[in-house]
Design a protein around this ligand. Structure first.
Ligand code: SF4
Length: 687
């Protein structure tokens, strides 16, 4: 029999850069990756180590191939195989029973930035058909503060400009963002070129001297979570030294007077005491930024994942507004989502306070429009957020959780508490490609197809919508997530609302319901593999630059809302004297469900370790490679020490992809309910 070889165009399943490449498939089996020079305008034929390894996990022996039913204790991971029919029947019956007995608010659903927009759309619709807005995804724990902060100041959270605009920026600020590790192709193809070829000045704000920071002209190394102090001091310098763009602010912003009064007290000298960064360096960074003429300011988890994250995002965004860095070429403002479809999932209404299109739940006009299209009512009461779900389970209010393609038993903060909740929940369903830490607690586990094993659409952090195509057969009886949800919807009696036969059907409904995606039709995305930048209100339109005509706030003006300083969720004291933070390896992704099962990645990045400044290590008698006990108020881990000059004294850091979250605190940001994942107080000792 001859070998049937096909080249199929796909979008990378890992980070949000959205690189495109071909999978070469032989008789349904993925054989190799080839670069797609024709359609990829983002990576120019380059891939990072994760991209090169993108299909290695697909045929891992751990792949789930049949539905499973728990036979052992929760968390033990003992299951028996059952049929799809049995699994779907049992889930529908149990969800209906719980709804009947405790009401719809006892049900909750978690979607995934790793699944397609179509799948997230179907999941939130199913939750609402069941009468609950308890629908969430992991953006709550990485981007929600950026969405809230940028939303309040600018009216839109998205990246403002296409990638190539950064090549014209005179100054680039990377704040709590290490793209050399998290978005390597964007770093290599755009940021590195802007710095090395076009002489852009680079300012980095990060407690660690990362690979990105090694390129910096100015490197500010604050204590984790004190970024807000630096942002307020930079606002102070920009305003008191009158470095702001007076015409732009007069015409396109409001609130300068109040903001100026508020930041008066936040001098660089004050910020030095709080953040540990010399006042003169803060002043220099502010002046360099404000006088550049064009600037890009990009933020990431180092800014977002704090209990003061929304305030920090607001202050940083207000720096951009004051300097008039919006609506033209050579500027860029944005917070970078971690996963390849973080932005897309959010736009589907997969939040407890949001409708599809990111309209607030109380936006009556949109609500009515969607209800008419769906044929059923959307529940009135806002749902609860991700971390609040854990408390609701422990309080006995939340009885059933349905988890699609995400791993909360590793991603949540204060993991011992989360594990307690998963042990005690009445009914837990997980659909995923592997038996994740969360799936081990489940009553029913459903085998899902991986990203390359189905058609689907994703939105990169550039706001670029792209179609990815099925490039391999799923193993055993695994099915695409949307297909599983449709089976369940039918069993629940909602068949008439979920009448989809493929991903295109779902995307067409999204085109009708979500105005910024009206023009991102299946036909357009299949014909133009480069995709389009949203909003694309019709098939001929896309919007490469946001805020050219004005901001997307109700009156079109940026809101310079005064922000006061607030400490991060936990700060060191005598008992726990070190600042603890975390970071990402270039070769791993999130909780490692896929990357830990990828041969080349797990070989090259096999384990976690804790970085300790060389002076701290000397003082504590710790040598490179020693085992060290790292303890917070919640738990302790034993990790190998990496003694380095590249982290500031008083701060220790470990990668996030393993057990880090046993150490973290679940204190929440007051606006976005983001947990304090980036900072905790800890003590360390040699084992
Ligand atoms: Fe994939 Fe991101 Fe690497 Fe591109 S940069 S290959 S999208 S992981």
């Amino acid at each position: 029999m001859g070998m049937a070889e096909k080249r199929i165009s796909v979008v990378c399943p890992w980070c949000s850069v959205g690189c495109r490449f071909y999978i070469v498939n032989v008789n349904g089996y993925p054989k190799k990756i080839e670069f797609d020079y024709d359609h990829d305008i983002r990576n120019h034929g380059k891939l990072c180590p994760k991209g090169v390894a993108a299909f290695q996990h697909l045929r891992h022996p751990d792949r789930l191939k049949k539905p499973l039913k728990r036979v052992g204790e929760r968390g033990e991971g003992k299951f028996k195989e059952i049929s799809w029919e049995e699994a779907i029947k049992e889930i529908a019956q149990k969800l209906s029973e719980i709804k009947e007995k405790y009401g719809s608010e006892a049900l909750a659903f978690l979607g995934s930035e790793r699944c397609s927009i179509e799948e997230n759309y179907v999941l939130q619709k199913l939750a609402r058909a069941l009468g609950t807005n308890n629908i969430e995804y992991v953006c709550r724990m990485c981007q929600s503060t950026a969405v809230a902060g940028k939303g309040m100041v600018l009216g839109h959270p998205g990246l403002t400009n296409p990638f190539e605009d950064i090549l014209k920026a005179k100054v680039i600020v990377l704040w709590g963002y290490n793209p050399a590790a998290t978005n390597p192709v964007f770093f290599g193809q755009y940021i590195e070129k802007a710095i090395l070829d076009n002489n852009a000045t680079l300012i980095v704000v990060d407690p660690r001297k990362t690979k990105t920071a090694k390129y910096a002209d100015i490197h500010l190394q604050p204590y984790p979570g004190t970024d807000l102090a630096i942002a307020l001091a930079m606002l102070n310098v920009i305003i008191t030294e009158e470095l702001y763009d007076k015409d732009f602010v007069a015409e396109r912003a409001e609130g300068l007077e109040e903001l100026a009064k508020t930041v008066e007290k936040y001098t660089p000298e004050w910020a030095e005491k709080v953040s540990g960064v010399p006042a003169e360096l803060i002043r220099k960074a502010a002046i360099t930024f404000a006088t550049a003429g064009t600037a890009a300011l990009l933020t990431n988890e180092g800014v977002n994942q704090h209990a003061n994250g929304t305030r920090t995002v607001m202050a940083i965004t207000e720096m951009m507004v004051l300097c008039g860095y919006f609506g033209k070429e050579g500027v860029m403002s944005g917070a970078i989502p971690g996963a390849h479809n973080g932005m897309g999932a959010g736009l589907m209404g997969i939040g407890p306070h949001e409708l599809p299109g990111r309209f607030p739940l109380h936006a009556e006009e949109h609500k009515r429009r969607i209800e008419e299209a769906w044929g059923f009512k959307i529940p009135e009461k806002p749902g609860i957020t991700y971390v609040e779900m854990i408390d609701a389970i422990l309080e006995g209010k939340l009885k059933a959780l349905y988890v699609m393609g995400t791993n909360p038993a590793k991603a949540l903060p204060n993991l011992k508490k989360a594990e307690e909740a998963f042990k005690n929940i009445e009914f837990l369903v997980v659909q995923d490609i592997f038996l994740t830490e969360t799936a081990k607690y489940a009553d029913i586990v459903l085998p899902a197809a991986a990203w390359f094993e189905k058609d689907g659409t994703a939105i990169s952090f550039e706001r670029r919508v792209q179609r990815s195509f099925k490039a391999a057969d799923a193993p055993g009886e695994a099915k695409p997530d949307w297909e599983i949800l449709v089976m369940l919807a039918k069993e629940l009696g909602f068949g008439e609302y979920f009448n989809y036969s493929d991903a295109d059907d779902i995307l067409r409904e999204i085109n009708r319901i979500i105005p910024p995606l009206a023009g991102a039709t299946p036909e357009r995305l299949k014909k133009n593999l480069k995709g389009c930048m949203i909003p694309c209100p019709d098939e001929n339109t896309e919007v490469p630059r946001l805020f050219v005509q004005g901001f997307l706030t109700p009156n079109g003006k940026a809101q310079l809302i005064p922000v006061e300083y607030k400490e991060p969720g936990e700060v060191p004291d005598e008992e726990y004297p070190f600042w603890l933070t975390n970071y990402r390896f270039v070769g791993h992704f999130h909780t490692g469900t896929m990357s830990h099962r990828s041969k080349s990645l797990s070989k090259r990045w096999p384990e976690e370790y804790i970085e300790i400044n060389e002076n701290d290590a000397k003082r504590l008698g710790i040598k490179d490679g020693d085992l060290v006990r790292v303890e917070t108020r919640r738990a302790a881990l034993v990790l190998r020490a990496k003694v380095t000059p590249h982290i500031r004294e008083g701060v220790v850091a470990a990668p996030w992809h393993w057990d880090f979250n046993y150490l973290t605190t679940d204190v929440l940001d007051e606006y976005a309910k983001m947990p304090e994942l980036k900072t905790a107080a800890c003590r360390i000792s040699k084992v």
